[in-house]
Every structure is written in C-alpha cells, then in structure tokens.
Design a protein around this ligand. Sequence first.
Ligand code: ADP
Ligand code: GLC
Length: 521
Amino acid sequence: MKPEQQPRPGKRALRIAFATSELQPFSKSGGLADVSAALPRALGRLGHKVQIFTPLYPGARAMLDGLEAEHNRIEMPHGIWVDGREHALAFAALELPGCEVIFVENADYFDRSGYYLGADGRDYEDNVARFSFFCRAILEYFLFTGDAPDVLHCNDWQTALLPVYLRSQYPQALLQRIRCLLTIHNLGYQGLFPAQAVDQAGLSWDLFHIDGLEYYGQLNLLKGGIVCADAVSTVSPSYAREIQKEEYGHGLAGLLRAQSYKLSGILNGIDTEQWNPEADPLLVCNYSAARPGGKADCKRALQTELGLPARRGAMLLGMVSRLDVQKGVDLLIGAFEHLARLDLQLVVLGSGDPRLEEELSRLAEKYPKKVAVRLGFDERIAHLIYAGSDAFLMPSRYEPCGLSQMYAQRYGSLPVVRETGGLRDTVRNAGSRSLEAGTASGFVFKKASPARLADAVRKALDLYKHKGKAWQRLQKKVMSLDNSWEGSAKQYVRLYRRMLRAAEQNAHAEGKVVNAGAPDA
Ligand code: ADP
Ligand code: GLC
C-alpha cells in the first residue's frame, strides 16, 4: 500500500463527504459499491479527509456488529418529518483506513431484503421517501455536528436530492458553503416517480417545472440533481460525450447539452489491492504477469466447480453481470448459436431480469458441456470467473464505465467488449497493428448485434488457438495495465478545487465572503 501523501505544497487538504446508496463490502448490487469504497480511500491516500455516508441496510448492520473496530453511535435529540411521519435521526460512525463511514439508520426504510426492489422485483413504493430521508439526514448531520465538508460528492438518483435541498431548503451559512458534485454512474436510472411524490420528498411545487424536476409530468430526481449541482460528472470521458446525444441520453441529452459547461468525464479506476490475482484468497492458486502458471489451475477449478469438462484447450469465456438489456445479454444468447460448434465454453454469473435468467438457463440446458450458468450474486464465484476464464464478455449496449473489464484484464482474462462508454476508453482492439505495437488490450466490436459479437469472439479464439505466443503476450500486457485509482482520484481533486475556486470568484464578484475556508489553490 502506498504511504499517505500530503496535498501539493500551497494546497490545503480538502474535506469531502461522499454520499452513496451502496458501499462495498457492506452493500453491493453493482459497480457503484466498488467505486464508493475505492475512490474515497484513494482520496484519503492523497491526504484529504473523507466521510462516506451510506444507509445502514441489514447486511451492513450484521457486519458492523461483527467488526472488532469500535463504532460510535450518534443519536440526535430531534427527528425529521418525511412523508407525513417523524423519523428519528441516528448514525453509526466507523473509522476505516483513510476514511470514515457514517451509516444512516432508519429501520423502517432500510431494514429490507433489497436496496431498491422488493422480493417481487418491483421498486419499493416509498423509494422517494426512503432516499429523501437519506439525503436530509446527511444535511442534518452536518448541522448537528456543526461541521460541513468543502465538497459534497453525490452519486446517482438516490443522492440527487442533496443539491436540490441545498438550493431550496437549507439556507444556513454552514451548508451554503458546500459545493456539490453529482456523479452519474448510469443515466438509465433516473429516479422517476409520479408527480405526487413531490410531496413525499417534501419539495416545493415551485420546483416542479420543465427547468426543474418535472419530466413529462413526472418527478425526476436525477434531473433535479443535474440542474442544481455545481458540477456534474460521469464515469468515463466517452460516456460524458455520448450522453449528450439522443441515442444515449435517456431523454436527458438536451438538458445535458445545455449543462455541458459543468459536465465532465473521469474514468473509474479499480482497487488493485482487493483485485489482485497474486494475493486473492478466493483463488485455488495465485499468479501474476511474471508467474502466470497458476491461471491454468484456476481455469480447471472453475470448470470443475461449474460442472463443465475440465478441458484446457477449449477457450473459456466468462461473464459476470447484472442481467439487464444494458449489458447485451440477449446479444450473447443470440451469438452463442453461431458459436456453439467452436471449441469454447461459456460461464455466466448474473442476476436480474427474469426473462434473461430463463433464457440463459435454457442455453445451459441445451449445451450442458459448453455452457454453465449461475444465477444470483456471488462475490466468490465472480473472482473465480475473472481468474479462470480466458476471455471476458461485455457486449454492453451502453456502459458508463464498467469495472468488470478492468478486473478481467488484471486477472489476465482478455475482454471482448462493444465499443461504447468506458469500454471504449479502457479496451483497445487487438488488430495486427496494435498487437505489433503492444497497444492492444482486448477485442472490440462496434455494432450491437449477435453476429458482430460472434465475429469478435471468433477473432479472440483464432488468436487463442493459433497464435499462442501472441495471446500470452497480450495476456501479460493487460495484467500489467495501470487501472488504479490514483490518477482518477487526482482528477477529482482538481475538479473539486475548480468548483471551490468558482464559488469564491462568484462570491468576490458579488462582494460576499462565502467560503471562509476556500482553498488557496
Ligand atoms: P454495473 O455497475 O453496471 O453493474 P460494473 O462493471 O461497473 O457494472 O460493476 C459490476 C460489479 O458488480 C463488478 O464488481 C462485478 O464483479 C459485480 N457483479 C455483477 N454481477 C455480479 C454477480 N452476479 N455476482 C457477483 N458480483 C457481481
Ligand atoms: C454503473 C455503470 C457502470 C459503472 C458503475 C460504477 O452501474 O453501469 O458502467 O462502472 O456504475 O461507476
């Protein structure tokens, strides 16, 4: 682990609050959880003071109870009114290396089996109230402790009400100093609710108009966040460009174009300690770019565990994914019919859309010696797949960043991806020129169709079967790529400082002193 750094001379350490609805290892349904754990730690390593705010779900409560580290419980003497009821305000604060986690408690809202969906697969009806409470509890925490951050970093629709509340309901000087960044991890999820949710969220109807939170007659939380935040970012430069086009804008392209002056794209990194084949305790055998031998053992173990013939020569394709149209799972199902006769095997771990779960299960029944499917969320099997597969599939229709392709690279599994969003920014196609120049880092196809995906897999298979040395060189190369958080964390710090400087300049222009603690950068 790198030693803690100090901010550059002349720059003071920033105080950053990071608000997120998922935090690995306490809660996770996708990459947001990984980012929420790794980015704050990377910011901490750069010498900044970071607090993470996240809901206390049952899994997190159980882990917290089992942790040896002491946590502090903070109860406030007053509650807040949300959706016609008073809710107590209580928090559990836990010191972790490089940052502090503050769990927001509310048994009514967070003691449930899912984070956003009930057992019937449908959104909880009171989601707007649940995350409205979460956001307001964070602001109340700052007021209660009398200590507010320089920057409040919000993530996705679940925390998009924070900048809205800051703009409309919390005039206190302590809170008005805060600059707010909203990061969009996935524009496909906007927090859309019927108009009457305006009341549940405790918002004024004055905000319910086309330039505010109204979206075709509904309440759109992400839209409100985009409008009210001081800056908006997304998780790759390519996705930041794509979402300004109708094709990828999920109905908000026009708004994002209009707000493009405050929109940027910063590529996610990966936690290279947690995702390290050299030390990963979940693997049967550890290995590295310098000593790759153990990967063959991992492949055999994966084939055996998932009930496939342990054939070394067959190219093993892996996929670990939410099962959602976004991820192009249907493209894979279609493509497999073109691929079934080739010498390859496929393992898929995923959960989500019941229709896709069923179609995948049918594929596995049809090709029992070639296809193995595990439905569910399983961290251990995910690691086994990254390590045991030869190639890793991400045929996404859109992909804001994608972490899985970077985990696959680190574990020497060559990604086969569609050219979109963060996949475009992290995977360079293995053509003859890029292979020769040593710049290739996977296989890339453009059009979202089963046939094009099948073509890309055939190219990978050709290299695997007939150009063993080139395959190994490529494998070694991708294992040594630097996808760590450090560079991206520095970009976030520069963005935070720009936001604070802009606020200071505005205040000077207006003749006010807004942020007494503004950076001297
Ligand atoms: P997204 O956030 O869109 O789901 P990412 O690639 O950014 O996509 O992150 C996905 C994360 O979730 C990775 O850490 C991946 O390993 C994990 N993941 C996805 N599905 C599963 C699953 N069924 N079991 C275990 N981990 C999963
Ligand atoms: C979202 C995106 C994914 C991204 C992740 C973390 O879930 O779908 O592409 O990597 O968030 O930012």
